[in-house]
Every structure is written in structure tokens, then in C-alpha cells.
Write a protein that binds this ligand. Structure first.
Ligand SMILES: Nc1ncnc2c1ncn2[C@@H]1O[C@H](COP(=O)(O)OP(=O)(O)O)[C@@H](O)[C@H]1O
Ligand SMILES: [Mg+2]
Length: 274
């Protein structure tokens, strides 16, 4: 690990989409694995209270979660699960929804614990749920960057658009990065990007959407999901893995860029006070 990395605060990424089933959790799990493989210390926050969560995808076993920390039964370190390549996962629970109802003193304690914990990681990645609920937007606000995942399905475009709109109108976020998943070619991904960009240019003129990359539709992805392992681990040379590897290199190369638009300043406070 470089000296520079040691001095930087963790880079915080939220992976979101508006629509479910577009590949967010696959992206988070495989990006986390790839980052860790390249020496980065990664903490994944499962901020999705739904099913098919990251612990299931990576075959991790846990019967404790953030809810146990909130109720005082466990310390934060005790609920972290160790995944492949040393990635750490904070499992989901309905606990996330309870954050806003905590007493101020409880919030302070938890914030301090999270701050202390975060300091020993290079990357924090939030796997948010689908939709535009406050549970999703809290985590996008608490991140330095929001990576939006869409596919070629038009419903995923309208849902990504709806999410950008709410993050811009309610939280002044202006910059988003787009990953287009399950495509046959990069051209198909760029077509999705152009479609979305043209809608933004017309209706959300202050927002910028950056094309961040694509992931090829690959039969090895569902195979790895069934085997509860990262596809980049099981099939490192398959098409989807090569794409995630490219994304990983990009994420590392932009490690020190900390955009400051809107509420998007990494502070646990933004999660708790939203
Ligand atoms: N690039 C891909 N190629 C093939 N199948 C994919 C790809 N990405 C995702 N999938 C499939 O889509 C399903 C949903 O992905 P998931 O990551 O759980 O979505 P989300 O977290 O957005 O709900 C997965 O079970 C997986 O089998
Ligand atoms: Mg998911």
C-alpha cells in the first residue's frame, strides 16, 4: 500500500440503480474482490434490506448485523464478516431503517465507531437497495460518488433517471457515473449512455452523467452466483471479469478525487441526519 493511500481518508462509493435486478450486488461484490486483490482495504456496507444480499452472493455466514449494534448487543467490529481476499462486509438489516429514530447520544456513539472503523480502509462501498426511498438516498448522500447501474432495459433507464432527479432536486448532487451491465458489446452500453444523456441534457440540465464502463452479459455470472463466489475469482478471464477489472483500475486511479457537489461529503452525519 502506498504512503499516499495511508494518509487519505477512505473513498466512499455508493452503487445504486433505481431498479432492482440490474446487477448492483454483483458489481459491488466483484469490484470489492478485485480491489482487495490489488491490495486495497475494502469495507462493504450492505445497505439493502431486501433479499439476495451480498453475504449470500459471497457465501458468507452471519447471524449478527448492524441491528445488534444499535440495540447494544454487539460492538461494530463483532458484526463485520470477513469475505474473500480479506474484504469486510457489514451485513444488512432492518436496522438501517432505524438509524433516524436513534437518540442523539446513540447516534454520536455509532458515528464515532463508524469513523474509527472507516479510518482503516481505503474504500467503503455501499450496496444500496432499489428505488428512491430515503434509505437509498441517505447512502448516496453519504458517498463521495454514486455509481449508477443500468441495463439495456428501458425501465432501468427511467428508474436511473428518477434516482438522479431526486438526488439532484433534494440533495443538489450533480455528478453521476454510469455502469451499463449485461450488454452484448461496449457499443450497446454507449447507446444506453447516449439515450440517458440526451434525456438529462433536456430535463436535468445541471446534471452530468459520466460513462464509467460496461459489463458484458456473461453466463459465468449466474454460475458464480449459484456457487456463492465472486465471478472474478472463479472465472478471472471471462468477459465480465475483464470488464470489472477495467472498472477496478479506474476506481483505483481516481482514488484521490473527492468531488464536493451537493451534500455529497463523506460524513456519517449525512447518513444519520438526512
Ligand atoms: N453481467 C451479467 N451477465 C449475466 N447475468 C448477470 C450479469 N449481471 C447480473 N446478472 C444476473 O442478474 C441477477 C441480479 O443481479 P444482482 O446483482 O443481484 O442485482 P441487484 O443487486 O441490482 O438486484 C444475478 O443473479 C445475476 O445472475
Ligand atoms: Mg442487490
Amino acid at each position: 500500500m502506498s504512503l499516499r493511500n495511508k494518509q487519505l481518508p477512505p473513498k466512499v462509493l455508493a452503487v445504486s440503480s433505481g431498479k432492482g435486478g440490474v446487477g448492483k450486488t454483483n458489481l459491488v461484490a466483484n469490484l470489492a474482490y478485485s480491489l482487495a486483490k490489488k491490495g486495497q482495504r475494502v469495507l462493504v456496507f450492505d445497505a439493502d434490506v431486501g433479499l439476495n444480499n451480498i453475504d449470500v452472493m459471497l457465501g458468507l455466514v452471519s447471524n449478527v448485523h448492524i441491528g445488534h449494534v444499535l440495540s447494544g448487543k454487539r460492538k461494530l467490529e463483532e458484526v463485520l464478516v470477513e469475505g474473500p481476499e480479506g474484504i469486510r462486509v457489514l451485513p444488512a438489516s432492518n436496522g438501517w431503517q432505524e438509524l433516524t429514530t436513534l437518540e442523539n447520544e446513540q447516534k454520536m456513539v455509532l458515528m464515532e465507531e463508524l469513523d474509527r472503523l472507516s479510518a482503516s480502509f481505503d474504500f467503503l462501498i455501499f450496496d444500496t437497495g432499489a428505488g428512491i426511498s430515503s434509505n437509498v438516498t441517505y447512502f448516496c448522500c453519504a458517498a463521495h460518488e454514486t455509481l449508477l447501474v443500468a441495463t439495456t432495459e428501458p425501465t432501468s433507464h427511467t428508474d436511473v433517471y428518477a434516482l438522479m432527479k431526486v438526488l439532484f432536486k433534494n440533495h443538489q448532487q450533480k455528478h453521476f457515473k454510469l455502469v451499463v451491465n449485461s450488454v452484448k458489446s461496449e457499443k450497446e452500453a454507449l447507446d444506453v449512455y447516449r439515450t440517458l444523456s440526451s434525456v438529462i441534457d433536456r430535463y436535468l440540465t445541471h446534471v452530468t452523467l459520466e460513462y464509467y464502463g460496461h459489463i458484458i452479459q456473461d453466463p459465468n455470472v449466474p454460475k458464480a452466483v449459484r456457487r456463492q463466489k465472486a465471478f472474478v475469482e472463479l472465472f478471472p478471464y471471462s468477459k465480465a471479469s475483464i470488464c470489472v477489472n477495467d472498472l477496478c483500475d479506474k476506481v483505483i486511479s481516481e482514488r484521490s478525487q473527492i468531488p464536493m457537489d451537493g451534500d455529497r461529503v463523506f460524513l456519517w452525519k449525512s447518513v444519520f441526519q438526512a
